[in-house]
Design a protein around this ligand. Structure first.
Ligand code: DPP
Ligand code: ZN
Length: 874
């Protein structure tokens, strides 16, 4: 397969001004009639051929300006349709046949549990009809759906329903009109036997909007939270960004088989059921928060993505980075802001840093790709969001908001580029963002080496910052970036932020300094006492920061830093230093000794009064094995696991009574609500229970069993069950697992959790358990949620077993990838990720992992899987 290059971009030769579609639905033989009004693009020359994308389509008829075309008038290829001679303006009619039932790739039109639905981003529309399937072709759409009145009582598409009726043969139809010009990737249809929950929203200018969530009948009681989240998000976007909804109807549909979390189709968002359905008995707090975030994310796309869209797929982060930033801020405003930031950064530093350090590293705006679905990545989304966040912080909220207004205003109804966005920000603020633009083109995680010196005689503090970005595939030389470093100087005597004066200018006690060159020195004068610097507060830039903190420094910051985020981070750094020693001890076969400074720090945390229980729960959580691995030059999964378990057990032994007290103080019988205070209390209680279970304390076991039996809410039940299943007490685990599996056999989303918690078990038989569970009647390789819950969770969260030295974990993953490559290439390509990180492991594992990659590469591969495997082996 050939790559596509950003530098080759040209506007399309012809654009579509209006698209009229008629679907006659049938599982194996759906007919799609398309009437396209086409005209030459004003920037392109006359006489060019018309090239339309089209895959897996069987052409039944074709006519130009009403005249049927002869076979000699056009060419059909695997990729589409070409008509050498067309007029400047014309009407093209085509009719094709497709088979939704056989579409296991879940791109284009497919059936999920009997429901017809679509997924067109990025290039799925070409599996529905012949079309210039690229985001810079924006047309109004009118869509007629014809279906069986019994099997498909509900027929939905984008926009507003304008006509409905019954045909002579008993079938019925609905016609939808979408007045907003949109690219084909935002097209959607849904048809089937669905039920709706309806509500209303009145916009800031008084538009009455009907809100509908469509689900299978048995899920009607699981939509409250999504609906409440939607209304909050609509209000938030009006208040925060001045963005108002623009149709009379907004619909969300839940489907069981979906490659992504959800999709922002105009007026008709289609969601993975996991990202919309909640009920206290079936969804955890984490799931509730995820639903809220995704509902908001897709809604926000109505402006950042739909009204203003991307010129080409290289600009994907234009809509995704900005929209992730918007949804993160929304969630921070509606829940605990510090915890939201801690969780986002914690995930980012684990997963995105790993992506940036691996063979698939790419800039936020890539310059080439083979398969665009491989680029829905943490770099495009999360790093893209971090870059927008830096812009907001550099410009200040007000100038940033002016820039955002200008952007929406100037480019409404257009398909634009990342430059267009940043130019609006520069124009609205007067800032020069030329160097800042490098964040979009340079891959890799910048590292800052910092050191500081305090001069008691002159009361000066000299801070030196040096930046470097390691080479990434295809990008050897790196330029210095503009890195905003937010900091405070914490006095070692007072424990307070000291006033900062830099170059004669008073900065205050919390400020941002700007690193633009390879190396810069910052001389702070009149520093009242010897300070410890608190750097990169709030994670002010997506970089790795190295500063030679002593453990005493970190313990001090953990207590005194005024920035909650950095207080948490000091605790993480302190734990990492202790873990380093223990990893070395494990490797060298010497006795492990717990660092008492960590124990003391935890004791202080457990006994001091911290108002935000959710933050406290995060502070009591050790860095994950994956994050610890990120810090090691060579990953030793067994040593990391052993060291982390040793710390957990040591803490539990030393602080048993304190954990017990925290657990008991935070029990509650209050009816479940996904409210921040309750969520905080539950997470703190459950963290404490995890420690008690780390030593299989009798009382801990009793609490876990009682929490499972009480069946109060899924957060507590699932946590208790996980602890039991991950313990050595099979006598307790087996009956609980069995009972849970039987109770929830009918609920696919709960069964996903049942699968995951079993395959993340650290015991040695995990590979065999995955294989065994793959035979379970509730499992299916065709359902992406099941694949993620079973194989994805095993490979990414059960590190000791995935990396088993007999290579069985790798082999299992490769077998699944090979099978999925035929069924669903997008999911197959995603699943390979853990294997692509082979360079990080010892030689024996490297050889085993590479052998599996080679075995995959020898298969006839989809472009998706080929691209990832080729990069991994390059
Ligand atoms: N549905 C995916 C998202 O919202 C792709 N646009 O991020
Ligand atoms: Zn998105």
């Amino acid at each position: 397969p050939q790559p596509v290059y950003l530098s080759d971009y040209q506007p399309p030769a012809y654009r579509v001004t209006h698209t009229q579609l008629t679907f006659e639905l049938d599982p194996a033989a759906t007919r799609v009639k398309a009437r396209l009004l086409l005209e030459r693009h004003p920037e392109r020359e006359t006489g060019l051929p018309l090239e339309l994308d089209g895959e897996h389509l069987s052409l039944k008829s074709i006519a130009l300006d009403g005249r049927p075309l002869e076979a000699a008038d056009y060419e059909l290829t695997e990729q589409g349709l070409r008509i050498p001679q067309v007029p400047e303006r014309f009407v093209l009619d085509t009719e094709v046949e497709i088979s939704p039932r056989d579409n296991t790739a879940l791109q284009g039109l497919y059936q999920s549990s009997g429901i017809y639905c679509t997924q067109c981003e990025a290039e799925g529309f070409r599996r529905i009809t012949f079309y210039p399937d690229r985001p810079d072709v924006m047309a109004t759409f009118s869509t007629t759906l014809i279906g069986d009145a019994t099997a498909e009582p509900v027929l939905l598409s984008n926009g507003n329903p304008v006509e409905k009726g019954t045909l002579d043969d008993g079938r019925h139809f609905v016609t939808w009109e979408d007045p907003h010009p949109k690219p084909s990737y935002l097209f959607a249809l849904v048809a089937g036997d669905l039920k709706k929950v309806a509500d209303r929203f009145t916009t800031m200018h008084g538009r009455e909007v009907s809100l509908e969530i469509w689900v299978e009948e048995e899920n009607l009681d699981k939509t409250d939270h999504a609906m409440a989240s939607l209304k909050r998000a609509m209000k938030w976007d009006e208040e925060t960004y001045g963005r108002e909804y623009d149709l009379d109807l907004f619909m969300i549909v839940a489907v069981n088989d979906f490659n992504m979390g959800a999709m922002e189709n105009k007026g008709l968002n289609i969601f993975n059921s996991a990202a919309v359905l909640t009920h206290p008995k079936t969804a955890t707090d984490v799931a509730y928060q995820r639903v809220e975030g995704i509902v908001a994310h897709e809604y926000f796309h109505n402006w950042s993505g739909n009204r203003v869209t991307c010129r080409d797929w290289f600009q994907l982060s234009l809509k995704e980075g900005f929209t992730v930033f918007r949804d993160q801020c929304y969630s921070a405003d509606t829940n605990s802001a510090p915890v939201k930031r801690i969780q986002d950064v914690s995930f980012f530093r684990t997963a995105q840093f790993a992506e940036d350090a691996g063979p698939t590293a790419h800039p936020i705006r890539p310059d080439h790709y083979i398969e665009i679905t491989n680029f829905y990545t943490l770099t495009i989304y999360e790093k893209g969001s971090e870059v927008v966040r830096m812009l907001r912080n550099l410009l200040g909220w007000e100038a940033f908001r002016r820039g955002s207004d200008l952007y929406f205003d100037r480019f409404d109804g257009q398909a634009v580029t990342i430059e267009d966005f940043v130019d609006c920000m520069a124009e609205a603020s007067g800032e020069d963002l030329t160097r800042f633009m490098r964040w979009y083109s340079q891959a890799g995680t910048p590292e800052i080496d910092a050191h500081g010196e305090y001069d008691y005689v002159t009361s000066e503090y000299r801070l030196t910052l040096r930046q470097r970005t390691p080479a990434t595939p295809g990008q050897q030389d790196k330029q210095p970036l503009h890195i905003p470093v937010r900091l405070g100087l914490v006095g070692t005597k007072s424990g307070r932020d000291l006033n900062m004066t830099l170059g004669g200018e008073t900065l205050g006690r919390d400020a941002v300094i700007h690193l633009r060159e390879d190396e810069q020195e910052f001389l702070f004068t009149d520093v009242a006492e010897s300070p410890i610097p608190s750097l990169l507060r709030h994670f002010s830039a997506p970089v790795k920061l190295h500063f030679p903190y002593s453990r005493e420094d970190l313990a001090f910051l953990l207590q005194h830093d005024s920035d909650g985020f950095n207080r948490w981070d000091a605790g993480q750094r302190l734990a990492l230093l202790a873990l380093d020693d223990l990893i070395a001890a494990h490797r060298n076969g010497v006795e492990k000794v717990m660092d008492s400074r960590v124990t003391d720090a935890f004791r202080t945390l457990l006994t001091s009064r911290i108002d935000d229980k959710a933050v406290l729960a995060e502070m009591l959580t050790l860095p994950s094995e994956a994050y610890i691995a990120e810090q090691q030059p060579l990953v030793d999964v067994d040593a990391i696991h052993a060291a982390r378990e040793f710390v957990r057990q040591s803490l539990a032994l030393a602080l048993r009574d304190e954990f017990l007290a925290v657990f008991e103080a935070n029990q509650s019988d209050a009816p479940y609500a996904p409210e921040p205070e309750q969520i905080a209390q539950r997470s703190l209680k459950n963290v404490a229970l995890s420690y008690l279970m780390a030593i299989e304390d009798e009382q801990g076991l009793a609490f876990a069993q009682a929490q499972f039996d009480a069946d109060h809410n899924m957060t507590d039940v699932r946590h208790a069950l996980t602890l039991l299943v991950h313990s050595s007490r099979d006598d307790l685990a087996s009956p609980a697992l069995k009972a849970f599996g039987e109770t929830w056999a009918h609920d696919p989303l709960v069964m996903d959790q049942w699968f995951s918690l079993q395959v993340t078990r650290p015991q040695e038989d995990a590979v065999e358990r995955v294989k065994f569970l793959m035979q379970h009647p509730a499992f299916s390789l065709k359902n992406p949620n099941k694949v993620r819950a079973l194989i994805g969770a095993f490979a990414s969260q059960n590190r000791v077993n995935f990396h088993r030295l007999d290579g069985e974990g790798y082999k299992l993953l490769a077998d699944v990838v090979i099978e999925l490559n035929r069924l669903n290439p997008e999911i197959a390509a995603r699943l390979i990720t853990p294997l692509t990180r082979w360079q990080r492991f010892d030689e024996q594992r490297q050889a085993l992992m590479k052998a599996e990659l080679e075995r995959i590469k020898a298969e006839p591969l989809s472009p998706n899987v080929y691209e990832v495997v080729a990069k991994a082996l390059a």
